[in-house]
Design a protein around this ligand. Sequence first.
Ligand code: OOG
Ligand code: NI
Length: 317
Amino acid sequence: VSASKSDDRDPSSSFRGGESFFRTVLQSMEAVYLNRNPTAKAVLELVQSSGNNQICYDHIAFRTFGVNGHGIDSIASFFMDYGYTKQDELRFPAKKLKAFWFSPPSFHYPDGGSGVNGPLPRVFISELLVDQMSPQIQEIIRKYTETSGSGKKHAALASALGSLTWGKPLYSEFQQLARESEYAAWTLVNGYAVNHVTISIHRLKSQLNNIKSLNQLIEDNGFRLNSEGGVLKVSPDGLLLQSSTVADSFPFCFSDGVTESVPCSYIEFAERLVLPQYNNLPEAEVKEFHRRDGFEVGNADKIFESTSKEQLTRRAA
Ligand code: OOG
Ligand code: NI
């Protein structure tokens, strides 16, 4: 769909065929996400219907178990095969997590391309530092990752299909993980499913292109935003502004026959301000690379809470 005739003839790129496959995989990951997460879907439609036919994704995010090849690299390898570059590491010692973000290759994209057919998103992948968990938790995580066999080699496929690479756990195992790490419990039942997509707010065309107006619209329409540390997360340099909804839940059939509601995914918003050295550029000339890049530990630490029980059960304000 995405490769035009002139792209196919472009001798500077040996990648044109691959790009269309890559985007199709992203589209499948997105379809799983939109089907499972009614809030994310409704929010995307709301932003679109408010005058933004084109939506750019700032990034998409995944969670993994950092054990025996099931961690960051399992899903990162797919993105790196298609031209992504590994960037900075982020550490979250209290949550026993680490993360890397990956920058996209710069492809052409069709005019009017939106979402996965627009400029490619950054990718944010985290992993649970499994070795640092209690022996009981490690045992459960190792049991399921071992039953997945070669599943770690097919993380992207699992994400695109919306399927776990390991067997369904017992409800009691989910609860045990949740008591020690809500991230671990989330990953056990969601696997490689997209954790969130993030709308690039500064690239919106309407008056919604600042995060304060966007947050207002979201709340006016009855959606709840993650309030951890305040709704608006601001990096120390003041240039990366983020917010996110509270995750949806879905009924999960555990292997012991119990069906219980578990958290799934959320949608995030990011506004990247122009770097100080480019402040004199006319607005029409500002490109994405003139803006604050990367991620911020302090923001991310609070955004992780979008799937926490505390946020999900918070009374509507
Ligand atoms: C990721 C939270 C961090 C960001 O943009 O900093 C994040 C997660 O919830 O898995 O998305
Ligand atoms: Ni994010």
